[in-house]
Write a protein that binds this ligand. Structure first.
Ligand SMILES: [Zn+2]
Length: 443
């Protein structure tokens, strides 16, 4: 589960997607449409062949076609196999649950008709250049052999700057791009890969504890030297949960009426919505952390939790309700991009321990209650309390600090921020622009 370990250390790579729109100057839009239809057929075929046990090379040969660039074909097959692999690992994870209760992952469908993103490798299926005179990013897409669609890209100014950097610098790699279409507009999502120097957790000055549960994400930043609280933030996504609940109800109703097509559509929407929420939350975690000097972002290690009998069903439910693993991955990914290290600590009673005296207390809804008469803390925001404990466990890990105890009795006021559920994302939007829309409103 410690995904970020792959990224840590010197010269690690991370990939990012830059979202742009096509401004087409020449070539036929219908070529792009045809190529997306062909992509769907290749995707379906790939999954079917994979299910029959074909390997990549055999699949490449089977799905070959005249109306499609060979290089694009390889890219689409690669994308389909990637989808297949993530289904496999999700299924493995699900089957290893103590009490798998519904929500069994289903294999990628092979009977969908319509379109699929056209996946292309840079300098093969598509090419980007920066126009010296206009500073525009020009594109050339080859949707089929001997056919080219040309023009320039539009996007958020910051995103376009990043893209120009990537095209002109040899330190940043322009990778695959995906061509998508929504509401009359063609979008090009371009991946760029860069090397990062993510410091080791041990070099950090600020420990940011992250507690996640079914209502919110609580963050506390502690100074490693003094163990004073530098900042604390609770991100409430309760409304988002209601929205998911609503989707679920509609989906169930549709299933009852056998309207599988609507069901599928809603399923896709929900997935996109959840992804959007995770992006917003993970972005907020990283932005919170980077305001402090040399932060390390600390998560509870959820892998051991399933063996922890005392947590039992409560924690299992936590794991089920939230795509926790995905959230972690999103955070680690954004953190790598900002060269912020991550670490994990044992998830041992973090939500039931008083962050002031270290005694076991009790949790009542949103409040944590300390039952130690000697302790000055009577009650605290329960999730913040847990996030303080997570940060404390990190000093234990880094410095062997077992001092008894702990943070200072007066914690700063919890700043509560609500993620509202207006996330019916009808078009792909960059996370930067979402941030600018101020989706995070003060509660
Ligand atoms: Zn206490």
């Amino acid at each position: 589960m410690t995904v970020w370990n792959d990224y840590q250390g010197m010269g690690e790579e991370a990939t990012k997607t830059i979202q742009t729109r096509l401004q087409i100057a020449s070539g036929e839009r219908s070529w792009l449409h045809d190529a997306r239809l062909a992509s769907r057929e290749i995707f379906n075929q790939t999954i079917r062949l994979k299910q029959q046990g074909y390997n990549r090379t055999e699949i490449q040969r089977e799905v070959d076609r005249d109306d499609f660039l060979r290089n694009n074909k390889c890219a689409v097959v690669g994308k389909a196999l990637q989808t297949w692999n993530s289904y496999q690992s999700l299924k493995d994870w699900w089957e290893n649950q103590d009490d798998p209760d519904g929500g069994k992952p289903t294999p990628p469908s092979t009977d969908k008709s319509g379109v699929y993103p056209l996946v292309m490798a840079h300098a093969e299926g598509y090419r980007l250049t920066v126009d010296d005179d206009t500073n525009r990013v020009r594109f050339r897409i080859s949707p089929k052999p001997y056919k080219k669609v040309k023009g320039h890209l539009r996007g958020e100014p910051d995103a376009m700057d990043e893209l120009r950097d990537a095209i002109t610098s040899d330190k940043i790699d322009v990778g695959q791009a995906e061509l998508l279409y929504r509401d009359g507009v063609y979008y090009l999502h371009v991946t760029v890969t860069r090397e990062f120097d993510v410091p080791e957790p041990d070099t950090s000055d600020t420990l940011v504890g992250v507690d996640i549960n079914e209502r919110n994400v609580a963050l506390t930043a502690l100074d490693r030297e003094t163990m004073r609280t530098k900042g604390t933030l609770v991100l409430d996504y309760g409304r988002v949960k209601e929205e998911r609940q609503r989707y679920h109800t509609i989906t169930t109703r549709c299933q009852e009426h056998g309207k599988t097509s609507i069901h599928r559509k809603l399923g896709d929407d929900e997935e996109r919505f959840t992804e959007w929420v995770l992006h917003r939350l993970s972005r907020a975690v990283v932005e919170f952390s980077e305001q402090f000097s040399n932060p390390v972002i600390v998560f509870e290690d959820m892998t051991g939790i399933r063996d922890e009998i005392k947590y039992g069903t409560y924690m299992n439910r936590r794991l089920h309700k939230l795509p926790f693993h995905k959230f972690e991955t999103f955070v680690s990914y954004k953190a790598t991009w900002r060269e912020i290290p991550m670490d994990t600590v044992d998830a041992y009673y973090n939500s039931k321990t008083c962050s002031c005296c270290g005694e076991r207390g009790s949790r009542q809804g949103r409040r944590f209650r300390c039952t130690n008469d000697e302790c000055v803390v009577v009650q605290d925001h329960a999730d913040r309390n847990a996030s303080v404990n997570i940060a404390w466990r990190e000093t234990l890990k880094l410095d062997g600090n077992e001092s008894n105890y702990r943070t200072h009795k007066t914690q700063p006021q919890v700043r509560l921020v609500r993620l509202s559920g207006s996330g019916r994302v009808s078009r792909p939007t960059s996370s930067r622009s979402l941030a600018e829309q101020g989706v995070l409103a003060h509660g």
